[in-house]
Design a protein around this ligand. Structure first.
Ligand code: FES
Length: 160
């Protein structure tokens, strides 16, 4: 999982990224409860939330940098560094846990190590009835066993 760390400072925003952030802030900063929509928009557009735009967000919303940083680090969804390769999300919420997602997470962590993927936990993909669930890039996968996970990872590698 990628969270704000010292390494995040190695990924400063480009002028194009700052312009995209500025457009998001211009469009949303006057809305009530704008912080989460702004963070979602930035991550959707840039793939992550560069650490050096936290100050821009804080100033636009008239909140502290610590508040913005706190929200980014609280939600697993938000990334402070660019993803490495494909994003693989394993659901670790209750329904998936009851169907073996913790063992799947352990398996996935070992299998993803050293591969060109970013493995992230996620807390409900809306596929509770067909748990455990995994999302790879934009595609959902249901009833994922360790064997099925290996197959999906192999397909991902072949497609790269
Ligand atoms: S709990 Fe995993 S998809 Fe809902």
């Amino acid at each position: 999982m990628n969270k704000t760390t010292g390494a995040a400072r190695n990924h400063p925003s480009s002028p194009e990224q700052r312009a995209a952030v500025r457009a998001v802030l211009d469009a949303r900063s006057q809305q009530a409860g704008a912080l989460l929509p702004i963070l979602h928009d930035i991550q959707d557009q840039l793939g992550y939330i560069p650490a050096d735009v936290v100050v821009d967000i804080a100033e636009a919303l008239n909140v502290s940098r610590a508040e913005v940083h706190g929200v980014i680090t609280y939600y697993h969804h938000f990334r402070s560094e660019p993803a490495r390769g494909a994003v693989v999300q394993v659901c670790r919420a209750e329904a998936c846990q009851s169907c073996g997602s913790e063992a799947l997470w352990e398996h996935a962590s070992k299998k993803a190590a050293g591969q060109n993927v970013t493995l992230e936990p996620v807390y409900c993909l809306g596929l509770c009835a067909t748990a455990p669930a995994v999302q790879i890039q934009d595609k959902f996968h249901a009833r994922v066993t360790p064997t099925k996970f290996d197959r999906l990872l192999a397909q991902l590698k072949e497609a790269a």
